[in-house]
Write a protein that binds this ligand. Structure first.
Ligand SMILES: [Zn+2]
Ligand SMILES: [Zn+2]
Length: 143
């Protein structure tokens, strides 16, 4: 099969996405990936981003993260056990280190065995929780 050129192009896109994932402060969705990839190499389409994400997921370099609203984003597989913080205002997802979940085995029904858990914190990021530079503008349409 003569797929050398295609393979090389894929490699470049793959490298860019690998780099983006390595530097990301948290999981990334397809739209954000597209923005970041376009900033790196200009011409790249959403279909290519999807395809490259699928390749990276198949090779277990990235893993999917399901957010509370059901959206799926991806993150590097080499990040250890951690959880996520979702900003409800700007929807940015950020990793936070460490794990606050401690389950005492005696609080479980007898014979139960925990294998994994999920936890997502929801709140406001530093940008969105900062007070507005001035007082909020007067409400529009005041009666
Ligand atoms: Zn925010
Ligand atoms: Zn945990």
């Amino acid at each position: 099969m003569n797929t050398v050129k295609l393979g090389q192009r894929n490699t470049r896109q793959r490298e860019i996405l690998q780099q983006i994932f390595a530097q990301a402060p948290g999981p990334l969705g397809v739209k954000r990936l597209l923005d970041l990839a376009q900033a790196e190499i200009g011409k790249i389409g959403i279909a290519t981003v999807y395809r490259t994400v699928r390749l990276l997921e198949e090779s277990k370099e990235i893993r999917p993260v399901t957010l509370p609203d059901g959206e799926i984003q991806w993150e590097s597989s080499d990040r250890g056990h951690h959880h996520h913080f979702v900003c409800r205002a700007c929807t940015t997802v950020t990793d936070f280190a460490g794990c606050p979940v401690h389950v005492h085995t005696d609080s479980l029904p007898q014979g139960f065995c925990v294998e994994s858990h999920e936890l997502t914190l929801v709140g406001l990021c530093s940008k969105c929780s900062a007070p507005a530079s001035s007082k909020a503008p007067a409400r529009k349409g005041k009666r």
